[in-house]
Design a binder for this molecule. Structure first.
Ligand SMILES: O=P(O)(O)OC[C@H]1O[C@H](O[C@H]2O[C@H](CO)[C@@H](O)[C@H](O)[C@H]2O)[C@H](O)[C@@H](O)[C@@H]1O
Length: 262
């Protein structure tokens, strides 16, 4: 059964999706939403039911897009991916990306020269560098201690500091998941939108859904909840329990659309 949104705007958004699914864009975050959180970023994999569920859903809605902080070259179940918070954009069957921001190379070198606490890992993503503290003995303490120096490094090199789940990422400014989602809605001519996310970077996509609603495009914000980040659940129209809950929600949406139930 599809859970009922807790807000009136969310209920109206879900109703619009069920009434006109071919006009719907489903926007999905990856880590913590489609993929359970794991210690090592390189070991993250989509929930085993994601590929099948999205394949079925794809046949029933207008569009599905993954919007992630990760690089966008990987496809999840053949779906378009907007990588690096939308910096890498999918258009006409090709992935487009700007040249690397010069500040990233400076930050990369500075991080290589820094003595980082044990367990702190640097993920080099090409267009950005992310400093992860999940594997430190005290992940929250390590992140707090690094926050100031990393923000200074970002600022000194014209980069934005993007906080996330036990991570602070130094990345080019000027793009976020909200800008990416709005542009994708415009490009696809979507008439409704549902966005699911779990981390602070997804709040911009929630902003975008709310702005789209104000402009007459109904939508639903969904939080894939965790104890690590509570801001999304506090704001979302609908809260589900992590990737298991996301898969259940998408599967139930699929069934309701297939049964023609508005
Ligand atoms: O926008 P997303 O798809 O959610 O990507 C955000 C960041 O996710 C990854 O880090 C997070 O997941 C890791 C694997 O579960 C976890 O170890 C880490 O603590 C999380 O912060 C990814 O590594 C980052 O590059 C993404 O920006």
């Amino acid at each position: 059964m599809t859970p009922t949104p807790k807000t009136e705007a969310g209920k109206a958004g879900l109703e619009a999706i069920l009434t006109d699914p071919s006009g719907t864009l489903i926007g999905l975050d990856f880590d913590g939403t489609l993929a359970p959180i794991v210690e090592d970023p390189a070991a993250a994999r989509a929930h085993p039911a994601v590929a099948g569920t999205l394949a079925r859903l794809r046949a029933r809605v207008g569009d599905i897009v993954i919007i992630t902080g990760r690089p966008g070259q990987d496809l999840v179940g053949g779906l378009p991916v907007l990588g690096h918070y939308g910096l890498e954009q999918w258009a006409d069957g090709e992935l487009h990306a700007p040249p690397e921001h010069p500040g990233v190379e400076v930050a990369r070198k500075a991080l290589a020269a820094m003595e980082l606490p044990p367990g702190v890992r640097v993920e080099d993503k090409g267009h950005s560098v992310a400093v992860h503290t999940r594997q430190a003995a005290d992940p929250a303490g390590a992140l707090r201690a690094l926050d100031g120096p990393l923000r200074e490094l970002a600022h000194a090199n014209g980069l934005a500091a993007e906080p996330g789940r036990f991570v602070l990422e130094l990345r080019p400014p000027g793009m976020d998941k909200g800008v990416a989602l709005r542009a994708y809605v415009e490009r696809t001519g979507s008439r409704s939108v549902l966005y699911v996310g779990d981390d602070l970077g997804d709040l911009k996509a929630f902003d975008a859904v709310e702005e789209l609603r104000a402009a007459g495009i109904p939508g639903v914000t969904v939080a894939s909840s965790s104890d690590e980040v509570t801001e999304l659940a506090a704001r979302a129209d609908l809260v589900v329990a992590g990737p298991d809950g996301v898969v259940d929600l998408l599967a139930s949406l699929c069934e309701r659309i297939a049964s023609g139930a508005a």
